[in-house]
Design a protein around this ligand. Structure first.
Ligand code: PLP
Length: 899
């Protein structure tokens, strides 16, 4: 750190007595009457400090000086052994220096004004790369001194002069892939928008040593390899060894008062203790000097020495136990929308909640306000049920440690928390067996029972005759073989607001899984905040050419529209302009070339997609986690159908030209990871690769159809893939995809969508117009009946699907193991087709035909649809989400930097 005046960055823990008085002063809170830290530091000291105040770089000279400084001292290298990786590290450290200066200023400003703060608790932050994002978001003074501009051009030029290409340097950064998919990426978009809007906000999560596994495809199968993203150290993290919080597990509960009531202040005598150490990541806003903080915790052994073990000669054992501490933050659980119920996962959750709450409370206590004002100072958002233990932990702290009355405490808790639900799927809802839970967190289990008892008493008072209701809303599920804690119910009871993530989903939670809670609490507790994405990363960073073209078109070359995406509506005027359409199409073509390059690199330097015909090939893309509900199987069945249809026409004697009229050039591009234990999803990946093998090597069809599986889909791959799409697929079974966010990313990049009436597709349609989206399939209100029909009636199979399934069963795509894909065909034919592929397949194929007609037959219409979609995508900026959360749920306001 370059200055020590940032009060927020310095721990509260008492120091050893020999630490000089001045330092001790700095570690403490600021008394209320002292508004500035300047007043407590002697003038002569302040003079020395200010003489050496670290300055941001503002020009090429300044950057280069810092860069070389970092190469030669921080990295201990020289001009002669500075490779691209070292250049990446030195660039990042130099840019980080600037961010840290702004970050200290931000924290000082917030500490001084002491406004209500937001804490966004998420077990996943899928951040991707930080350097390019920082270069775009961080401003430097323009060379002419008239205002500010993005620092990207400056750094690019400086690196050029030093003998490096920015593009190569950026490529050296590994993705920070601390998330599975949409939920983790949402958290990343939200922290970007909170910083951009100057919201005093912190993100809290875990610093996994291993993020989501890297996916390799070997012989068509997914193989998981560890993602050790910290291999070369991470220049973006600031390790704060001085900020460490002890966290306890196991043990037993004691009531020193001799009181028998669990409502009385109790003492939890813990068994195992570990330390949570803070790692901070600066989060810069766009066109603002605000830099917020993302704090991730790492587990470390305590330095307490186990004398009992040592004396009994069990030194080795005591060291082993210490080592186990680190396993808590070793690895991210690789499940998307699935609850596995493992003890280590519960340990991760408590470790993270306990450390974060400790930190939040330490900060609150600095201002010496009464506990009753806690909810006026603190809003905590729960990203899904993963952080629900924070609700219980706050109640424990207030009752057991701060000795508040149970009900006064609970009132504070409920006013502080709010909960975002992300799914209605049963297999994804978190439940913990009381046995496992009570062993790890005995006092928390007592508290949950008491919370439930008071809650049920309230329900009983309100609905005295409804006995079934009590069982249905109980936080404790009376299941066999064991009772389970329903975390979603606990999150609802412990929060003042519950939101879904798209309108359809928010309605669905009210009528299905949380129906009884609407009865108990009324409608007003349940609300909607439709998801969004940050246009800085998903437009400017991913698609700089399109961002620039838009800036020119709407007379905003400085790209201020990225802060107010409603201004994109001005684009609509140009939708019919042939000159503009041509420019628009050229950008898309260039992006498709970039993706073709990526695909060539993946394929050992051999092109799969015909270079000659790139702008005449429809890029049809489905990239997202592989899941039966997302229906990649339906997509690949459609590809097989198309392939067989092409083959049939050729066999019937049609020329390739005639065939191309009906089935014009298309590249079907897939990407996504399966959970390692998800058998069916892994089989879908294998089927895609097996189909690719057959189709891509069939000379007869002459490149009319290509199938590509891009391995290891992640944020930085997404930044290349998404801008290159003509069409993307968002085809989940209606009612299963809560929102989806990649649908928004694709639309923002001028891609059209084929999709079901599900999640945010509904609002995307409303915003961009139903003429500009290809919707198909059954509606969510019919899903229940359709499933029922599959179970109790002879289901009829559409002939198109029958042909496809029979072809798969023939072993066409797996000659060495003809029954390999039987589980996939059987799930439709034999096991009730839970995801309703057979019900939607015909309308899917018909809609794909319509897509071909427009893309190949009416290209100008297509481009017009593309322009109009982007013109109306503004609603899906995550800035809008943050405004809605701030105003309707958090009640927080921005703290703007002084002009
Ligand atoms: C946006 C994003 C997702 C979410 O995609 P959906 O199609 O909404 O499920 C998943 N992974 C990555 C890398 C993303 O960027």
């Amino acid at each position: 750190m370059t200055t020590s005046t940032s009060n927020d960055m310095i721990p509260e823990e008492p120091r050893a007595p020999h630490v000089p008085r001045l330092t001790r002063r700095l570690t403490g809170f600021l008394p209320q009457e002292i508004k500035s830290i300047d007043n407590i530091i002697p003038l002569h000291c302040r003079k020395v400090w200010s003489k050496h105040q670290v300055k941001k770089f503002e020009d090429n000279e300044g950057f280069q000086q810092r860069f070389i400084g970092h190469v030669e001292t921080t990295l201990a290298r020289s001009l002669y052994n500075c490779d691209d990786l070292a250049a990446y590290e030195a660039t990042s450290l130099s840019v980080r220096d600037n961010l840290i200066i702004n970050w200290n200023a931000t924290q000082q400003r917030i500490t001084a004004r002491d406004p209500k703060r937001v804490y966004y608790l998420s077990l996943e932050f899928l951040m991707g790369r930080a350097l390019d994002n920082a270069l775009i978001n961080m401003e430097v003074e323009k060379p002419d001194g008239k205002g500010m501009e993005s620092s990207r051009a400056l750094v690019s030029k400086s690196l050029d002069d030093l003998g490096f290409r920015l593009e190569d340097v950026l490529e050296k950064e590994p993705d920070a892939a601390l998330g599975n998919g949409g939920l983790g990426r949402l958290a990343a978009c939200f922290v970007d928008s909170m910083a951009t809007q100057n919201i005093p906000a912190w993100g809290y999560g875990l610093r996994y040593e291993y993020g989501i596994f890297a996916q390799k495809i070997i012989d068509g199968y997914q193989v998981e390899t560890p993602d050790y993203w910290l291999n070369f150290g991470d220049p973006w993290e600031i390790e704060r060894n001085e900020i460490h919080v002890p966290v306890t597990f196991y043990g037993y509960v004691d009531r020193p008062s001799g009181d028998t009531s669990t409502l009385a202040p109790s003492e939890w005598i813990g068994g195992e203790r570990v330390l949570a150490v803070a790692y901070d990541f600066p989060v810069p806003g766009y066109k603002t000097s605000t830099v917020n903080n993302l704090r991730l915790w790492k587990a470390k052994p305590t330095t307490e020495f186990d004398f009992a073990k040592f004396n009994s000669g069990d030194y080795k054992n005591s060291v082993d136990q210490q080592q186990r501490a680190e396993s808590i933050t070793a690895v991210l659980y690789p499940n998307d929308n699935f609850n596995q119920g493992k003890e280590l996962r519960l340990k991760q959750q408590y470790f993270w909640c306990a450390a974060s709450l400790h930190d939040i409370i330490r900060r609150f206590k600095k201002s010496h306000k009464p506990w009753s004002e806690f909810p006026e100072q603190v809003a905590i958002q729960l990203n899904d049920t993963h952080p629900t233990l924070a609700v219980v932990e706050l109640q424990r702290i207030l009752v057991d440690m701060e000795k508040l009355d149970w009900h006064a405490a609970w009132d504070i808790v409920v006013k502080t928390f709010s909960y975002t639900n992300h799914t209605v799927m049963q297999e994804a809802l978190e439940k913990w067996p009381v046995g496992l839970f009570g062993k790890l967190l005995p006092r928390h289990l007592e508290i949950i029972y008491d919370v439930n008892w008071f809650f049920l008493k309230e329900v009983e008072k309100k609905f005295p005759k409804d006995l079934g209701l009590l069982g249905r809303v109980s936080i404790i599920e009376e299941a066999s073989p064991e009772r389970q804690i329903r975390m979603a119910f606990l999150a609802i009871v412990g929060s003042h607001k519950v939101n879904g993530v798209a309108e359809l989903h928010s309605e669905l939670i009210k009528t299905t899984i949380f129906q009884d809670f609407v009865k108990v609490y009324g409608e007003k507790k349940f609300t909607n905040v439709t998801n969004g994405i940050t246009p800085r990363r998903w437009l400017k960073q991913a698609n700089p050419k399109l961002a620039e073209l838009i800036g020119q078109a709407i007379d905003d070359p400085d790209e201020n529209y990225l802060l107010d995406m409603s201004r994109l509506t001005e684009l609509a005027k140009k939708a019919d302009d042939p000159d503009f359409q041509e420019k628009w199409d050229k950008v898309k073509a260039a992006n498709k070339v970039q993706l073709a390059d990526l695909i060539r690199d993946i394929n050992n330097g051999v092109d799969i997609i015909d270079r000659e015909h790139i702008n005449n090939t429809l890029f049809d893309i489905q990239v997202k986690r592989i899941h039966e509900y997302k229906r990649q199987q339906m997509n690949i069945f459609g590809v097989i159908y198309r392939y067989l249809a092409i083959k049939r026409l050729l066999k019937e004697g049609a020329s390739i030209k005639e065939v191309a009229k009906k089935y014009p050039r298309k590249a079907s591009i897939f990407g996504g990871k399966s959970a390692p234990g998800y058998y069916m999803a892994k089989l879908i990946i294998k089927l895609i690769n097996s189909v690719a093998e057959v189709v891509n090597n069939d000379k007869e069809i002459q490149d009319l159809l290509k199938v590509v599986f891009i391995p290891d889909y992640n944020v930085s791959k997404a930044e290349i893939i998404i801008p290159a799409s003509d069409l993307s697929e968002h085809i989940s079974t209606a009612g299963t995809e809560a929102s989806g966010t990649s649908n928004m990313k694709f639309v923002m990049n001028g891609g059209l969508i084929i999709g079901t009436v599900d999640g945010a597709n509904v609002e995307i349609t409303r915003e961009i117009g139903e003429d500009n989206i290809f919707l198909f399939g059954n509606l969510s209100e019919n899903v229940e009946e359709l499933r029922y029909n599959h179970q109790f009636h002879e289901a009829e199979m559409p002939t198109e699907l029958d042909v496809v399934l029979k072809c798969i069963e023939s072993g066409k795509f797996c000659p060495d193991n003809a029954s390999e894909f039987r589980p996939l065909t059987d799930s439709i034919k034999q096991h009730g087709d839970y995801y309703l592929v057979s019900d939607d397949f015909e309308s899917y194929l018909a809609t794909q035909e319509l897509v071909d007609e427009v893309y190949h037959g009416q290209r100008q219409e297509w481009i017009k649809k593309s322009i109009l979609s982007v013109a109306n995508v503004g609603f899906f900026s995550s800035d809008r989400c943050i405004e809605e959360y701030s105003e309707t749920i958090w009640n927080v306001e921005p703290v703007k930097p002084e002009e």
